[in-house]
Design a protein around this ligand. Sequence first.
Ligand code: NDP
Length: 286
Amino acid sequence: MTQHFIVIGNPIAHSKSPEIHTRFAEQTGIDISYQRQYCPVDAASFTAVIEAFFHGGGIGANVTVPFKQVAYDCCLARGGLSEHAKVAGAVNTLLLNKTLRENGTPIAEAIYGDNTDGQGLVNHIMSLNWPLAGARVALIGAGGAARGVVLPLIEAGIASLTIANRTLSKATDLVHELSAASPTIDKQQIDTCRTAELNGQFDIIINATSIGLSGDTLPLSEALNCHYAYDMMYGRPLPFLQRFSARGAQVSDGYGMLIGQAALSFERWTGQHIDVAKVTQTLLNH
Ligand code: NDP
């Protein structure tokens, strides 16, 4: 029987998720339909769309811009949130809470939220064989993407974290909020600074800003260096990666993170393991 999935967003026409999940289905031999779902930008419409989807027998949904926080609020009031979603304050993966359903909770009240974005990044970095355990990491940016990655990075055993942001107060607020949300995050172990003031030698530097969308470049210190540089953006030349590559660092864009977070959603829904490297290669060859 065909299993139904959607990705909800606005805009949504550009989403690569159907193509990616179709590859996962081919690899696992599962019969799926995965559609793009447009939704007007208001919480009531979002709730109506997902309730109708799960009532209609849908198995799982991905959530993308601008609905990740709306999805968080929705699940908080219904079937609950994973630890990663709670700490991220955002949801990218929806499914039904099995325990609640077995106890007779109505479908609309049993919608559960997870967030696989941060773990998708960590899995990609590990697949590149970049040493995360014990690493000194700098994370540039303090928006939604940065928020989602802090707990998975700490769980991966990094030695220290510096969060740099154009607006310093957003970085310091983020650290306070994250440490209040999770006992695993110790604010004493996270430094903050302005992006332009970030300097010294790091093992890994991750760009979690949206600057790649604007064509601008980050104001980085001449004294900033690393062994490995990662940009969450993908699909275009990235000055951030060019800078560190020219200084001898290994670099990667965020395409593997995109596939990685999708694979974790698929695994959550179906219980089937995905060979991410194989799917990534297939997609890059098309
Ligand atoms: P947000 O809008 O929440 O945050 C944007 C961040 O970028 C803020 O920290 C902001 O700083 C900073 N920023 C924006 N413009 C500039 C600039 N000109 N100079 C310096 N800093 C700047 O975005 P998200 O966190 O949601 O997304 C960030 C990036 O991550 C996007 O490019 C997105 O595509 C990518 N992403 C990739 C994923 C993947 O699977 N590969 C998954 C999720 C996100 P300030 O606080 O000062 O405004």
